[in-house]
Design a protein around this ligand. Structure first.
Ligand code: MLT
Length: 376
């Protein structure tokens, strides 16, 4: 079979003329201002209709996601409660993953099930029409005929906007969630991370000092969380990484413009950890090139944990490799968050889906009523 034409890391089919037509349209689309792109991701009532980029979030949205996740989680603990699973009997989700995933895929799949949605995963490309030369945009557009929401992960940094581009072409109301666009963004991970931070600091997200460690250049979870934290007062960020993996210019410019104080550190994590509220570890993202070898001076171990404040926390989006010392896996220290974040991810994704389909308020109200009834 003829090779697919690739542009900006996206597949455009095998025919040159057809591919060029869409490439030109997409180039025009992404050349629009960030404000216009945000507008295209937002409904007339100001609520987001697509979750494409962290820069589209604001305090109010993050607060809604936090409170809804919290309410859904409480309800989920009540045995025999069928309220959540009765919410979306006629909605269907497609999880379209062209890059490996465990946590994001599984937690979305579970979240969709918790809300009673019909759902399917496509993560083996040999079983889809892409194998027959179908473009990425046609594959996405196909899903819009059968599904109400597509959750997509793709190796291209531009895929966050391809979803919005395709949704704009469709006549059906169809929602798009970016579940990881190459080394660019991972906005739903950013939301589950900020949920974890909020839970750990009694809901207070202001004046946090956070160290992002490892692959700041290509760590998409870092990019999304740094942008989210830039919404809050007095955020200070240390990017702790070797020179060649230091923060990318786009994220750096964005957070600086929002008033975040940043420090780029190539020295040792040991000197930075005691100064922070959060140490956010990442692995070397060597699927984008390089050998992935981790410099020992950035490893998080017991000594680093001991140097941290009593109320500070460690986080990691996972998967992890050697950057977290294995002894910490059996530690019961409440500051270690990397396993807890995963469970938070499922409830955050329940909240995101409920928000997109407008039932988040109902979840919070029912949860409040249940609380009141239990207290009586
Ligand atoms: C991601 O999808 O970006 C992960 O959760 C983090 C990683 O792959 O290292």
């Amino acid at each position: 079979m003829e090779e697919q034409i690739e542009h900006k890391g996206i597949l455009w089919g095998t025919n040159k003329r057809v591919a060029q037509y869409h490439i030109d349209r997409f180039e025009e689309f992404i050349a629009q201002s960030p404000e216009r792109i945000k507008q295209l991701c937002t409904n007339d009532d100001g609520r987001l209709k697509h979750i494409a980029r962290a820069e589209h979030f604001d305090k109010n949205f993050i607060d809604i996601i936090y409170k809804t996740a919290h309410a859904a989680r409480k309800m989920g603990k009540l045995p025999g409660n069928s309220f959540l699973s009765s919410l979306f009997p006629y909605k269907a989700a497609m999880n379209f993953f062209k890059q490996p995933s465990s946590r994001t895929l599984l937690s979305f799949y579970r979240a969709e099930g918790i809300l009673g949605m019909d759902r399917i995963n496509i993560n083996d490309i040999t079983t889809s029409s892409q194998y027959k030369g179908e473009s990425d945009s046609d594959s996405l557009r196909t899903t819009s005929s059968y599904f109400d929401v597509v959750v997509a992960r793709h190796p291209s940094i531009n895929f966050d906007l391809l979803g919005v581009y395709v949704a704009e072409m469709c006549s059906r109301d169809f929602r798009y969630i970016n579940a990881g666009s190459g080394p660019g963004e991972h906005p739903t991970q950013g939301l589950l991370d900020v949920y974890t931070i909020s839970e750990s600091f009694g809901g207070n997200l202001d004046h946090k000092v956070i160290a992002f460690v490892g692959d700041c250049l290509r760590g998409r979870t870092i990019h999304s969380l740094a942008k989210i934290m830039s919404i809050y007062e007095g955020t200070e960020i240390y990017f702790v990484a070797p020179e060649e993996l230091q923060i990318d210019p786009e994220t750096e410019r964005y957070v600086k413009e929002k008033g975040v104080v940043i420090h780029k550190e190539t020295g040792s994590l040991k000197d930075i950890a005691p100064l922070t509220d959060i140490v956010y570890m990442t692995r070397i993202q060597n699927e984008h090139g390089g050998d992935g070898e981790y410099n020992p001076k950035f490893i998080f171990d017991q000594r680093i944990l001991d140097s941290m404040r009593e109320d500070a926390i460690e986080m990691h989006p996972l998967p992890k490799r050697e950057e977290i010392a294995p002894e910490l896996d059996i530690s019961k220290d409440p500051r270690i968050m990397h396993w807890r974040e995963m469970r938070n991810g499922m409830w955050t994704r329940v909240a995101i889906l409920s928000y997109l389909f407008g039932v988040d308020e109902q979840i919070r109200e029912v949860s409040d009523r249940m609380d009141a009834a239990i207290k009586k």
